[in-house]
Design a protein around this ligand. Structure first.
Ligand code: ADP
Length: 491
């Protein structure tokens, strides 16, 4: 029996979408999940803010929709425009609001009433969307605190709560560390009723917590891996919301992220000097040589370890920094690409100055170098303190680069330790310490020195399937449940 997914209409209301605007994994997910959903027959579309930093060449592809929409806030009404384009088969709408610019850096560094106002208006605009788009979704799929405000408005807004029967909402938590907390306590001038400000609403230690409000107000909550969905219900990883998540656990489920296998494909990747797949891995060597040249190193057959990602505490950069000297001592090369905390950036630059023959550091965001590193590296290091899903390890595996990860969240759900299973895809460690990381690196180097074993692990990585096919189906079934389709044949 084929499932009636073609009847589902979903609008992803999001703050990022690759390739239009991307800051991290959320951008990858919104850039690939709707595409996979459309392949199932779902009419899946995306609404994004029109950030001033979006590339002009990208903006030019969008056409302004003829009908304005009007968003009420305080004593006035803000007119807005939708701009529409087809992005890899997905209808995408950018919202422009007169007099209200979205932050160029996407997320404001300081959250307060002023800086969250564009996202609040954006969220209300999602409820006015059909008037301009001439298309009404049944499901509003929200992502993290910037758009959890849609669910908040549907539950507690003096006007928009009357729209609640029109939509079902799904809130995906990509990272519980970002909750959208503001000091202010009064959203009444914005139309949010007083009753929302209590312990069963937005109130959080005398402040407002937008993610918490979204968790309570949404019809369903998902997180990006099954393990993270229970980790966030514990004190250690709950970031102060474990109690709320436990209370609402019946509507919480973990659905593993996938990656876009047409974009992340070593056989066709336009950023690579040579192409390969499981049937012919040897061109990976040429990518390795190009990577070495990029770092101004000669080939001397040392294992290449890579790190790609934000340079923040969450990612275990402390462990990496403490381990660099030993990594060099083990005769490895380390290439780091990332940006974030200035202290980490500085320490990494110092390490590369201290070990120029073994450590290469590029501070910044560099899509091209990232692709070359995934293809040219041997091992990926991901010592995260916590990791909701992690895409980097999935991409690395797709490119035959073996992950060495801390066994948390999505890392534990996606990497199989090669010392414990024949189909092993990497090396895991549990204790959050540089000793444990170095021990896992030592085990990986042991395997690397045994070419037959290593090539089996590389093959296992490349065979593992982390495309969206399974996970997009899980989302589709969740949507059907929300739409009350228990007997699928009657839909
Ligand atoms: P996050 O916690 O940042 O969402 P993920 O592992 O889920 O981490 O996703 C990270 C994504 O961002 C991957 O696609 C990775 O390749 C990319 N990425 C992270 N930092 C950089 C960078 N400095 N340059 C290029 N790509 C990066």
């Amino acid at each position: 029996m084929s499932l009636p997914f073609d009847k589902i209409k979903v609008l992803h209301v999001a703050s990022e979408m690759h390739p239009i605007v991307k800051k991290g994994g959320l951008g990858d997910v919104v850039g690939s999940l709707p595409k996979a959903q459309r392949e199932l027959g779902i009419d899946s579309r995306v609404l994004l803010p029109m950030y001033p930093s979006i590339d002009e060449n990208v903006k030019r592809k969008f056409k302004r929709m003829p009908h304005k929409l009007y968003i009420p806030l305080e004593w006035r009404v803000f007119p807005g425009f939708l701009w529409k384009a087809n992005v890899q088969g997905v209808p995408v709408y950018l919202l422009e609001i007169e007099d209200i610019p979205f932050p160029a850096e996407v997320y404001p560094s300081n959250l307060n009433l002023n800086t969250i106002k564009p996202f609040f208006l954006f969220s209300l605009a999602a409820l006015e969307f059909e008037k301009s788009a001439r298309w009404r979704p049944q499901i509003l799929h929200l992502h993290d605190w910037p758009t959890s405000q849609v669910a908040i408005a549907l539950k507690w807004h003096m006007h928009y709560s009357s729209f609640s029967h029109l939509y079902d909402t799904v809130l995906t938590i990509h990272n519980l560390a970002h909750q959208g907390i503001i000091q202010e306590t009064d959203l009444i001038p914005w139309g949010i009723s007083k009753e929302a400000f209590n312990i069963d609403g937005l109130e959080y230690y005398g402040m407002i917590n937008l993610l918490k409000g979204g968790i309570i107000a949404s019809d369903a909550i998902t997180t990006v891996s099954p393990r993270y969905s229970w980790e966030i219900q514990t004190k250690e990883y709950g970031m102060g919301l474990d109690g709320v998540l436990k209370k609402y656990s019946s509507k919480l489920r973990g659905i593993l992220n996938g990656i876009d296998y047409s974009y992340w494909n070593p056989l066709t990747d336009p950023f690579l000097p040579a192409h390969y797949d499981i049937d012919n891995i040897s061109p990976k060597e040429e990518c390795r040589r190009a990577l070495l040249t990029r770092c101004k190193w000669d080939e001397d057959h040392l294992p290449i370890l890579i790190y790609i990602g934000r340079l923040v505490e969450q990612k275990g950069i402390d462990l990496l920094l403490y381990s660099i000297e030993s990594i060099v001592g083990h005769g490895c090369r380390l290439i780091v690409l990332g940006e974030g905390n200035e202290v980490y950036e500085q320490s990494l630059k110092e390490a590369s100055a201290q070990f120029p023959a073994n450590v290469f550091v590029k501070i910044g965001y560099d899509e091209e170098l990232a692709h070359l590193m995934y293809a040219g590296g041997d091992m990926l290091i991901m010592p995260s303190y916590f990791e909701p899903c992690g895409l980097t390890q999935l991409i690395a595996m797709r490119y035959g680069t073996v992950p060495i990860c801390r066994a948390v969240g999505g890392l534990a759900d996606t990497v199989i330790d090669a010392d414990t299973a024949h189909d092993g895809t990497g090396f895991l460690f549990s204790h959050y310490s540089s000793e444990a990381l170095l021990h896992a690196i030592g085990r990986a180097l042991g395997a690397w020195n045994s070419p037959e074993l290593w090539s089996q692990i590389v093959r296992n990585c490349m065979i593992a399937d982390f495309s969206w096919s399974r996970s997009s189906m899980e989302y589709a079934k969740l949507y059907l449940e929300l739409l009350g389709v228990s007997d699928l044949r009657s839909f």
